[in-house]
Design a protein around this ligand. Structure first.
Ligand code: KG4
Ligand code: ZN
Length: 335
């Protein structure tokens, strides 16, 4: 089955071609970061307009790359939610129109299911059942995955998502949007242990998270440094380092707890924050100690992309699912 995947839920236009027999054939991504950077965050209307400009040329590019004609396609998968309503509607309208014109089924996919299944695109991929840590700009969740479509939420952030906390801390430190990679880069030059930030909710039972207190703690540290000596470059690096350490330690503790609670030995990490090197290496070390294994997507498939949507859609289309005639986008959509 040859499936075209289209991702337009936020500020990346992602397109990919996935074949259930041969794997990923081609993919392309256009990031809108340069458009939104001057506003310090995503401007929804600008995002929608740019998806309109980029989606079709990217589809043509991916088909050409793979040497495929539209007539060879068996279906089109697109992100139906959660995300920005206008951005989602651009992808859904285009995908459904093309599917109608080409006489093939379309299917709206859950964005977080795409992230969750992204590690399946790798040659060495996890087997069910596993625990998935989903860490993106909008979500921080621990999910038990027993099969495609069989997901049980074990815990989630009660306030900010981990990526959102990275982005807000980046702003406090004077770094551009999207902040995660910038904070991580600054943290590399930080003095480990100069500041000790709290690990939120680790002393409470359960698998929920909370990152808004950590954000406030970071802001207070910034203010104290500024008042005492003026904020130096080294202060910024040390604060970034302490913040990153606290987020990573918290996520690691909860992942180990989830594996233990569910009696599983496979962990999957996905979503934008899973591109973070410190998180990847510390999770790897911690999980290996207990004889478990951790799987990640390739870095390019950690953040939003079309390949994960093509893969998730292909599995569901293969199982006989497709859009109902009155399908629409779902900006808020629990998984
Ligand atoms: O999954 P994603 O691309 O989009 C959403 O679905 O939200 O995740 C984007 C988030 C942003 O908050 C970004 O700052 C964060 O992932 N991020 C990182 C890193 N790379 C991206 N956070 C920490 N370290 C990174 N290296
Ligand atoms: Zn995402």
């Amino acid at each position: 089955m040859l499936i075209l995947g289209l991702e337009t839920s936020c500020d990346e236009t992602g397109v990919a071609l996935y074949d259930t027999g041969r794997g990923l054939l081609a993919h392309a991504l256009f990031s809108q970061v340069d458009i939104h950077v001057e506003y310090g965050g995503v401007v929804p209307e600008l995002a929608s307009r740019d998806h309109v400009r980029k989606a079709l040329p990217l589809i043509q590019q991916v088909l050409a790359q793979a040497g495929c004609a539209p007539q060879q396609l068996d279906g089109i998968a697109y992100t139906a939610g959660p995300g920005l309503v206008g951005a989602l509607m651009v992808g859904a309208t285009l995908a459904r129109s093309l599917a109608w014109a080409w006489g093939i089924p379309s299917l709206g996919v859950h964005h977080m299911e795409g992230h969750l299944l992204a590690p399946m695109l790798e040659t060495e991929h996890p087997e069910f059942p596993f625990i998935a840590l989903l860490v993106s700009g909008g979500h921080t969740q621990l999910v038990r995955v027993d099969a495609i479509g069989e997901y049980r939420l074990l815990g989630e952030s009660l306030d900010d998502a981990a990526g959102e906390a990275f982005d807000k801390v980046a702003k406090m430190l004077g770094l551009p949007y999207p902040g995660g990679p910038h904070v991580a880069r600054l943290a590399q030059r930080g003095t480990v242990g100069r500041f000790e930030f709290p690990r939120p909710m680790v002393n409470r039972p359960g698998l929920d998270f909370s990152f808004s207190g950590l954000k406030t703690f970071t802001l207070n540290t910034v203010k104290t440094c500024r008042a005492e000596t003026g904020l130096t470059e080294q202060d910024l690096c040390d604060i970034a380092c302490a913040f990153e350490d606290a987020v990573v330690a918290t996520l690691v503790i909860k992942c180990r707890r989830a594996l233990e609670q569910e009696g599983l030995t496979t962990l999957v990490m996905a979503g934008g924050v899973s591109a973070n090197h410190k998180l990847r290496s510390q999770l790897q070390q911690a999980v290996a100690k207990s004889g478990a294994r951790v799987f990640y997507p390739a870095p390019e498939f950690c953040t939003d992309n079309g390949a994960m949507i093509a893969y998730a859609g292909a599995q569901r289309l293969l199982a006989g699912q497709h859009d109902a005639a009155d399908a629409s986008v779902r900006p808020r959509w629990p998984m």
